[in-house]
Design a protein around this ligand. Structure first.
Ligand code: PEP
Ligand code: MN
Length: 361
């Protein structure tokens, strides 16, 4: 049910409105900056016109100008004239609006010392978020599947050592709580984009979510996957274009820069580019990173390893810390051209320690 208000709610009007909404089982979502368009949603989903009794009860409130049809409400991801760009802050990083940030790290968490070495190197080069998979979605069941809970412990230590925020993938709705205990940003991978149970759990965690586009997902499907998280009240979603499946094997995937530019026009959500999984080959990571930022991406996520050829997963696309520093240098220059800013690592590198999860094999 969508309501147009006479003026933004405050004082006794606000109390009466919220009391009535609570009593009738609705959550209140303010849809515009002025606070005049409000949607009432039930946990069970949208009830476009509201139940007849509810409609009348809200129509009777002095502050309500009109009860509209929710089907006319914009979807939550939609860019509307009133809605400012969503800026998602993760530690020292901010994505969206005029803010651009770099995420870097290994494909998979391998060893603790190695992870900390990578974290220090990418931080020195300008990354503000460390990536690294503890739970790895692998195409083959015989490939390295990640260190699981032990990998999370290593990520927590890397965070405490370097002050970098952590993004790591969660594959299973049952793991969301333990991954969210360490991660500052929860990654939902390309293979999981349509996993509704996982999207519900990450929404409920209240952590920001990095949602990767499925390898064959249309833009509409991608945005509706984000809508699953937004509709459950978690508004901190970052979209990630990581290449879609093509017919040619020269690149691992096709980086859809056209869609990056399109997304920036149709959604207020930040959009980042993962040039590593798109390229599949390290020599193409820099040009694709540049293409992504030039198309308007609000950040990059790059796979980095000090000895790229030895990476336990995705070795062919891993770049060295020196190559990443070059990408960061280009990123700084490119975003300056269109009046944006690249987030820098916090000066002292200090963060509040995250509890290190207990290791249960
Ligand atoms: C990753 O980023 O580690 C990953 C597995 O990527 P994707 O889900 O895009 O394949
Ligand atoms: Mn990878």
């Amino acid at each position: 049910m969508l309501l147009r208000l006479r003026s933004p709610l405050s004082g006794p009007d606000l109390d009466r409105f919220q009391g009535l909404a609570r009593e009738r089982g609705y959550d209140v979502h303010v849809l515009d900056r002025r606070g005049l368009l409000v949607e009432l949603v039930r946990a069970s989903g949208r009830t476009p016109l509201g139940e007849p009794g509810d409609r009348v009860a809200f129509e009777d409130l002095a502050c309500v100008a009109a009860v509209l049809d929710s089907a006319d409400a914009p979807e939550r991801h939609e860019r509307t004239p009133e809605r400012a760009d969503t800026v998602v802050r993760v530690g020292a990083a901010a994505f969206g609006g005029a803010q651009v940030a770099l995420i870097a790290g290994p494909c998979a968490v391998e060893e603790e010392g190695l992870l900390i070495e990578i974290a220090r190197a990418v931080r020195a080069a300008g990354a503000t978020v460390l990536r690294g998979g503890a739970y790895k979605p692998r195409t083959s069941p015989y490939s390295f599947q990640g260190l699981g809970a032990r990998g999370l412990e290593f990520l927590a230590r890397a965070r405490a050592e370097t002050g970098l925020a952590i993004v790591t993938e969660v594959l299973d709705p049952r793991d969301v709580e333990r991954v969210a205990a360490v991660a500052d940003l929860l990654q939902v991978g390309a293979r999981s984009m349509t996993n509704g149970a996982l999207l519900s759990e990450v929404a409920a965690s209240r952590k920001p979510v990095l949602l990767k586009r499925g390898v064959a997902a249309t833009v509409r499907e991608f945005l509706l996957a984000a809508e699953h998280v937004l509709a459950r009240g978690n508004e901190r979603v970052i979209l990630c274009e990581r290449g879609v499946r093509g017919f040619d094997k020269v690149t691992r995937n096709i980086l859809d820069v056209g869609t990056v530019a399109h997304l920036k026009r149709v959604t207020h959500l930040p959009v980042i580019v993962d040039p590593s999984h798109a390229a599949g080959r390290r020599e193409l990571v820099l040009p694709l990173a540049k293409a992504g930022l030039a198309a308007g991406a609000d950040g990059l996520m790059v796979e980095v390893h000090p000895r790229p050829a030895e990476a336990r997963s995705d070795a062919a696309q891993a770049v060295s810390p020196a190559d990443f520093a070059e990408i960061a240098r280009h990123a700084r220059e490119l975003v300056r051209l269109d009046g944006r800013r690249l987030a820098l690592p916090a000066a002292d590198g200090h963060v509040a320690p995250t509890p290190v999860p207990e290791h249960r094999p």
